[in-house]
Design a protein around this ligand. Structure first.
Ligand SMILES: [Zn+2]
Length: 184
């Protein structure tokens, strides 16, 4: 879906110094943006980053009254409180709306940013392959081993190469688990 074009509102002339209207932003507000389509003579003053974000979200705000829009912008301040779990508070809509503009640290919200699980150890892999959870019993391990060998034996798969590889994994996992849990 094509995004409607949005204009960047900026003021080229000299302006009295003032801070960006985005709550909590300390940068100077050098770029103006109309508060609403209805009152194009009333402006917010934003820093470059925030005027860009504001313009980008113009379509979102366009349908709101000035009061609603201001309430929305005030809400943004709340989201910036670092002690609040942002992911829990920000709706998917807002996340999508702001994420592209680097305004909020949404680390932990995008799946790629999630801390990766450390690679599994051979022992963990073996347990997963055997579908077992410690504590193990020797009898239980042996029974499971027998079952898996039976199921994956190449003879029952017409000498299938994959079954053979699978069987090797099972044998390896078995000796690993046996050595780890039932050392002799
Ligand atoms: Zn700003």
């Amino acid at each position: 879906m094509a995004r409607p074009r949005v204009a960047i509102f900026s003021n080229p002339g000299p302006i009295p110094h003032r801070n960006c209207d985005h709550p909590g932003c300390e940068a100077s507000g050098e770029h103006r943006a109309p508060r609403s389509r209805a009152t194009l003579d009333s402006f917010y003053w934003f820093c470059l980053d925030h005027v860009r974000a504001y313009n980008a979200s113009w379509n979102y705000y366009a349908g709101m009254s000035t009061d609603e829009m201001e309430a929305e912008i005030r809400n943004d301040t709340v989201w910036q409180r670092p002690t609040w779990p942002l992911g829990a508070r920000v709706s998917a809509l807002h996340a999508a709306r702001w994420a592209g503009f680097g305004m909020f640290d949404i680390d932990g919200e995008t799946p790629s940013e999630k801390p990766k699980r450390p690679p599994r150890s051979p022992q963990e892999k073996a347990l997963a392959l055997f579908d077992l959870v410690p504590p193990l019993t020797l009898a239980g391990l042996k029974a499971r081993y027998k079952e898996l060998v039976k199921r994956h034996h190449p003879d029952t798969h017409g000498g299938d190469k994959e079954a053979e590889e699978r069987l090797k994994d099972i044998i390896q996992a078995y000796s690993l688990l046996k050595a780890a849990y039932f050392p002799t």
